[in-house]
Design a protein around this ligand. Structure first.
Ligand code: 3PG
Length: 311
């Protein structure tokens, strides 16, 4: 059998197999490293180029991979398709993306971390940019670090930029309705994204961006659409108008892995009842920041009371 030559990798699987079978360690290691590092990209390209690409790349690699212990590409390529992968969220920790090793927590685990930071996520409508810093400082001082700035005002994106300067604040964008707004929110530095509902274009864009995402759901179909995208953490909105605690309890009993942030119509007086549900990780509400010119002392007092709801 002749030795491997440049260009062989393009077609002759038998030569590769023979070389690996002969135990050429350098080749085995190099190919194993390549497949492990670039497997996802290769798979993507193959799928993008259709059945022929899948047959060529998949056929070659499947024949070689039993010779290469521990290749991550095997699992990626041979178990299901892209939508199957999306249904099973990746584990937290380092992930390989485009061949580079990145320290990225998965979107699901990260949004859970955010939801568990404080029992209440204040839903903010910032009309006047000069209000942004005093509001954020007062909320963080009162123990509410996760701030949802709704994209309902012209000042919202700049408010996100400003609020991010407050030490300890975790600032996200709310009322994100479509991929264009998602992009604008990310460009402003949003650390998480909240939407009142879940559309496929927005859901796919948020998952692709890898940003912690809390889409709004109000019924089984919404939750199922989210699960299809690999999402299991949801806003329940509008919480009271959608049937309140009885509705959420019924949904939670069907979708055991789903966890929620009910928002809409919740007050300090009712929040504790919601937080007592196993499926509820936190609640959202606008009551912590009354409308009008902000009174930092009042906001801090309301925030402190809200953050105490978790104890
Ligand atoms: C939201 O955008 O999540 C809601 O408008 C907040 O609802 P609330 O004002 O009833 O708290």
């Amino acid at each position: 059998m002749r030795a491997l030559a440049p260009g062989d990798e393009r077609g002759d699987a038998a030569l590769w197999e023979a070389a690996i079978a002969r135990g050429e360690p350098l080749l085995r290691n190099a190919l194993g490293l390549f497949l492990d590092s670039y497997g996802a990209v290769t798979g993507d390209l193959s799928l993008a180029h259709g059945a022929l690409g899948v047959a060529l790349t998949g056929g070659l690699t499947n024949r070689l991979l039993h010779l290469i212990p521990g290749s991550g590409f095997h699992a990626r390529f041979s178990h299901g398709n892209r939508s199957d992968q999306a249904r099973h969220p990746p584990a937290a920790g380092p992930v390989r993306r485009r061949g580079r090793l990145c320290q990225e927590p998965s979107p699901v685990s990260h949004i859970e971390e955010i939801m568990l930071t404080a029992p209440v996520i204040p839903v903010l409508v910032v009309d006047d940019l000069s209000h942004a810093l005093p509001i954020a400082e007062a909320l963080v001082a009162g123990g509410l670090r996760v701030l949802e700035v709704t994209l309902r005002t012209a000042a919202a994106l700049d408010a996100i930029r400003l609020m991010k300067q407050v030490p300890g604040a975790i600032v996200g964008a709310g009322t994100v309705l479509n991929p264009a707004q998602l992009e604008a929110a990310l460009e402003a530095g949003s650390e998480f994204i909240v939407s009142p509902g879940l559309t496929e274009p927005l859901g796919k864009a948020a998952v692709a961006a890898g940003v912690p995402f809390l889409p709004g759901t109000a019924n089984s179909g919404d939750i199922m659409r989210g699960l299809d995208l690999g999402l299991t953490r949801f806003k329940f909105f509008p919480a009271v108008a959608s049937g309140g605690i009885p509705t959420l309890s019924a949904l939670a009993s069907v979708f055991g892995e789903a966890r929620f942030c009910p928002t809409g119509g919740i007050t300090y007086a009712t929040a504790r009842e919601w937080l007592a549900l196993d499926a509820v990780l936190c609640v959202g509400g606008s009551w912590v920041v009354p409308k009008g010119v902000p009174d930092p002392a009042q906001i801090e007092t309301l925030a402190r009371a809200a953050s105490g709801l978790g104890q």
